[in-house]
Ligand binder design. Structure first.
Ligand code: ADP
Length: 350
């Protein structure tokens, strides 16, 4: 009686697992397949009973998934890889230890999420592109009107020019973000840091117009390897933020130093308004602002840190933010040893 109940429970359990929408493969510690459900058959292309006892990485040879298993997949999940059994679909895969000397591989179809992401990216890029020309025309005509011809309208004209310039900047930033999002790698070029730091200092002084002290502390005779244009844009975004969010009389320090791991850190420290800790995690989201009025008042688009994050990702670098309200902030970019070169070599050397 008890045996029958146990057998029936086991059958129910198997039936439920076999109908799960996610792929489940039960394996021994050497990845030999012991059992899998229907979704695993569809997504991974394995079959029972034929594939029982077969090693999964052998069975899925030549797929990215097999390479991931070979490198010890249990460490980190594999995201958005092509499903070996359904090449028009993408899956996210993870590997978990299970029972004694067993492991279970879980795979989820993420195609619809990837497609939605792509649609969102295309939509934003298309809208930005479509807005670019009309905005350029409006801006051009506004520039042509001389305020002296209509003195009563002068303040309105000034506001219209400022707003059309801001819209133009938002469109340009959105287009930059779309490009960065679709890009998977950058062309590697030597980026000489000494002249770049000098340029960043000049940019800070130009935005500040003498209201802040700007200091450069460059201890490292190191250059970077990556995209000169994108790195300049990211590093100067941090400088521009530091100036814009620091009241007159404050100080901005641009730093460049060698790290113990052979990499290097670029940092911008200000003595400005600072950011409450609760905002830090969301700061690099598009249009996320601690204070909308302060951001708009200083000509911000709300996209600067998003661009910084994407550029750093493309260079396998990391952004860290340290801030205290009322005292100031430090934004630091940590570049790994593979992105750092001794300063001064020729460009081709890289
Ligand atoms: P924005 O164009 O609004 O400056 P960003 O993406 O560059 O957009 O920054 C997002 C928000 O992060 C800003 O609106 C501001 O609230 C905050 N922020 C960025 N840098 C600083 C800084 N150095 N000091 C204080 N707040 C900052």
């Amino acid at each position: 009686m008890r045996t029958r109940r146990l057998a029936s429970n086991l059958r129910d359990l198997r039936r439920t697992a076999s109908q799960l929408p996610d792929a489940v493969v039960l394996m021994d510690q050497d990845e030999h397949v012991r059992w899998c459900n229907h979704a695993a058959e569809t997504l991974l292309g394995i079959r029972l009973p034929e594939d029982r006892g077969v090693q999964l990485r052998q069975r899925l040879q030549a797929s990215e998934l097999a390479g991931w298993l070979r490198q010890g997949g249990e460490r980190e999940p594999l995201h958005d890889t092509i499903a070996p059994g359904k090449p028009d679909s993408q899956i996210s895969v993870s590997l978990l230890p299970f029972g004694r000397r067993q492991q279970v591989l879980l795979a989820r179809d993420t195609s619809h999420v990837t497609r939605l992401e792509q649609m969102r990216r295309d939509f934003v890029a298309n809208v930005s592109h479509e807005l670019r020309t009309p905005l350029t025309v409006i801006h051009g005509y506004l520039e042509l009107i001389d305020p002296e011809d209509a003195p009563a309208l002068a303040p309105v004209l000034g506001e219209m020019r400022a707003q059309s310039k801001r819209m133009g900047q938002i469109v340009e930033d959105l287009l930059t973000l779309s490009r960065l999002e679709t890009q998977h790698r950058v062309e590697d070029e030597r980026v000489p840091m000494a002249p770049l730091l000098a340029t960043l200092r000049k940019e800070a002084e130009a935005i500040s117009q003498g209201r802040h002290t700007v200091t450069v502390e460059a201890d490292a005779a190191l250059d970077l390897l990556g995209s000169p244009k994108d790195l300049h844009s990211a590093l100067s975004n941090l400088v521009s933020n530091a100036v814009r969010y620091t009241p007159a009389g404050g100080g901005i320090t641009i730093g460049w130093r060698r790290d113990d791991d052979g990499g290097a850190t670029y940092s911008v420290t200000d003595t400005g308004y600072g950011i409450p800790a609760s905002h830090l995690a969301r700061l690099t989201e598009r249009f996320y602002r601690v204070s909308s009025s302060r951001s708009r008042g200083t000509g911000g688009t709300g996209l600067g840190l998003s661009i910084v994050k994407h550029v750093l990702n493309l260079h396998q670098a990391r952004l860290s933010i340290d801030s205290e309200p009322g005292r100031g902030s430090t934004f630091a970019c940590h570049f790994g040893p593979e992105r750092v070169l001794p300063a001064g070599g020729s460009r081709d050397e890289s």
